[in-house]
Design a protein around this ligand. Structure first.
Ligand code: URA
Length: 280
């Protein structure tokens, strides 16, 4: 498509988005590419005021869809479609980690703010080639304001060091930035509210590899409900990065036998990044 047609189409789609019609335009056709493509961006952080309802617009031009894929050839994660123009246009130009943190502010967008001690934003190298994404802060993280500093965090640090990296070489963050009470799983609406900031963090860093720690991170970024054991250790494309999911370190504390599986996943990451295991 030539740039001026693209610009006009994008302007029209933006208009629809302003009217609250954005999901109408998403192309949810199954992706027939051999490697599954990650999810479209979720909506922007919850607006303060509801958008006014608009009269229905005439039907937009059909967004081209991929040819139907035979069921037998469906990729493991069938849902993530080709990216829509919204995924392209939701990017904030020259976004930076400090700016995203500023935009989070003293957040009260969801109920998780009520019991938190502080927001746990993320830590590490803003130009990291490797980003680890966890679920949400636990007690220690809530107190210290840094992700993965408790028992599971210490195990993650050991994993990072076994890859011949240091914690400060990578970037570490979570899907939700406030501790869920009693360390419960974050709820869907809490994830929907908070994850746009994670998407922006990842877009600002543009790592070579995103390693999802546990089902919550993997399911959020890949927009799937499938259990992590179905796709753990597989590579996915995620907006210019490679994405892999592995078990959460907290799971490894309860199931040490799974450590060998995780080490296999981390070795895949190392080989993609050209890293040799640390010499003992
Ligand atoms: N578990 C997570 O998912 N994130 C943390 O920061 C700590 C524990």
């Amino acid at each position: 498509m030539d740039p001026s047609t693209l610009a006009r189409l994008e302007a029209w789609l933006r208009y629809g988005e302003d009217l609250g019609l954005a999901p109408y335009f998403l192309n949810r056709a199954p992706n027939s590419a051999p490697m599954a493509t990650a999810a479209p961006a979720p909506a922007a952080p919850a607006p303060l005021a509801a958008k006014p309802k608009a009269a229905p617009l005439p039907a937009p031009p059909a967004v081209p869809t991929r040819a139907a894929t035979p069921t037998s050839a469906l990729p493991l994660i069938p849902h993530p479609p080709a990216r829509s123009l919204f995924d392209v246009s939701d990017r904030i130009e020259n976004d930076t980690l400090p700016r995203i943190r500023d935009d989070i502010g003293d957040c009260t967008r969801c109920r998780l703010h009520q019991a938190r001690t502080q927001i746990v934003y993320g830590v590490g190298n803003p130009k990291a080639e490797l980003v680890f994404v966890g679920e949400g802060p636990g007690h220690d993280e809530d107190v210290q304001g840094e992700p993965f500093v408790g028992r599971a965090g210490k195990l993650l640090t050991q994993m990072i060091e076994a890859m011949s990296l240091r914690r400060e070489d990578v970037y570490i963050c979570n899907v939700v930035k406030c501790r869920p009470p009693e360390n419960r799983l974050p709820e869907k609406d809490e994830i929907a509210t908070c994850s746009p900031f994670l998407f922006r963090q990842l877009a600002a860093i543009q790592p070579k590899v995103i390693c999802c720690l546990g089902a919550c991170a993997a399911q959020t970024l890949l927009e799937t409900n499938q259990g992590i054991s179905r796709f753990r250790g597989e590579w996915f494309d995620f907006r210019g990065s490679k994405l892999i999911a592995t078990y959460h370190p907290a799971y490894l504390l309860r199931n040490p036998n799974a450590k060998s599986e995780v080490w296999k996943d981390l070795q895949k990451v190392m080989s993609l990044l050209g890293l040799q295991p640390r010499k003992r």
